[in-house]
Unconditional design. Structure first.
Length: 348
């Protein structure tokens, strides 16, 4: 529709940004309802919220209304300016992740040639927000949580990046739209019935990536930065009202964002195998304008469900166990995967 209107570049960009600004909070809201309210209730043999709307579908609105009514308190000894900034640094970092994630043949805000490099870079900006929140709160528990989070995020950034390198070597590009096309038009041992989703050839990279995502999000078993029994609430301990709400929604939006990235890199993204029909031309292209976002959303929500299933099923790691897993296991495994992929790429 945008292309048919022949709008200038700036107008097209504004429309895409506006759509993304609606889609991201909506995805976070779906994740909260499906997984925090209902999936966990099912796992614990209870109903979950049932009063606000049919089957509790309006519970999230009730929660948001509650948090908006709470007082926004700034501790007396806190750094007044710095204390107010971190929620929006983290939220901004989360929104920027969605800029290069394609949801259709043209449904992407900006198809950058270095899309993977960009998305990994902006996702790490949240570390700054966490450190600032811990320091500015003038609370020892917040500072300890912030330092724990920074150490954890830095440690698990490395295996996350290395896990993606195998995909880049196999696809021969950093452009996320091109990676989707490569998986759609690819074949495994000459069989193209399901394309070539990289989860089959990069299974090791996929597993390492998802473990690193769990740690990046601070989800159990990697929730040392906010461990209630040790640091009360970690770097968020002094935040209330709308600022805490922004942290909360950013966490779920980031889970959806990382799941969408994993779906794009390893599960074929929005596309279908080209042997079914060509998703980049003709009727197939037209159909994927509508079907592509639905396919990507389905894959994304499945992976988000896995993240929260692990969160509510696993015990918490100790700090030494957490760091040991990153430096002694995930990083060496990722390097071996890169070496194997590079050798097979040259040989085959």
């Amino acid at each position: 529709m945008i292309a048919a209107l022949d709008l200038p570049y700036w107008a097209q960009t504004l429309i895409k940004v506006g759509v993304a600004a609606i889609v991201v909070p909506t995805g976070a809201a779906i994740a909260v309802y499906l997984f925090l309210f209902k999936l966990i209730s099912f796992m614990q043999s209870r109903l979950g919220p049932m009063e606000a709307g049919p089957h509790g579908t309006m519970q999230l609105l009730a929660e948001v209304g509650k948090w908006l009514q709470k007082e926004d308190i700034v501790p007396e000894r806190a750094d007044q300016r710095l204390f107010k900034i971190p929620p929006f640094i983290i939220l901004g970092s989360t929104f920027l992740m969605f800029v290069v994630i394609p949801a259709g043949p043209t449904a992407v805000v900006s198809s950058l040639p270095t899309g993977i490099f960009y998305v990994l870079a902006v996702s790490s900006v949240s570390v700054i927000g966490v450190l600032v929140a811990g320091w500015a709160s003038a609370n020892k528990y917040a500072l300890m949580g912030g330092l724990r989070a920074a150490g954890q995020l830095i440690a698990y950034e490395l295996p996350m990046v290395l896990a993606v390198v195998g995909v880049v070597i196999q696809a021969g590009t950093l452009n996320m739209q091109e990676i989707v096309v490569q998986q759609s038009h690819g074949a495994i041992f000459g069989f193209g019935g399901i394309g070539n989703p990289y989860v089959l050839t990069q299974l090791v990279g996929f597993v390492v990536f998802m473990i690193a995502v769990q740690a990046e999000l601070g989800q159990t078993p990697f929730d040392m930065p906010v461990a209630e029994s040790e640091v009360v609430g970690g770097w968020m301990v002094e935040y209330t009202g709308i600022r805490f709400l922004v942290f909360f929604l950013s966490e779920f939006a980031a889970a959806v964002g990382f799941s969408a990235i994993a779906s794009t890199l390893f599960l074929g993204g929005w596309s279908v195998p080209a042997t079914w029909f060509d998703p980049m031309s003709g009727t197939g292209r037209f159909l994927m304008h509508f079907g592509g976002p639905i396919i990507l959303l389905t894959k994304t929500m499945v992976l988000t469900g896995v993240i929260f299933w692990v969160r509510f099923s696993m015990p918490r790691f100790r700090e030494d166990q957490l760091q040991r897993m990153a430096w002694k296991f995930l990083i060496p495994i990722s390097l071996l995967n890169i070496a194997a992929t590079a050798i097979l790429k040259v040989v085959m």
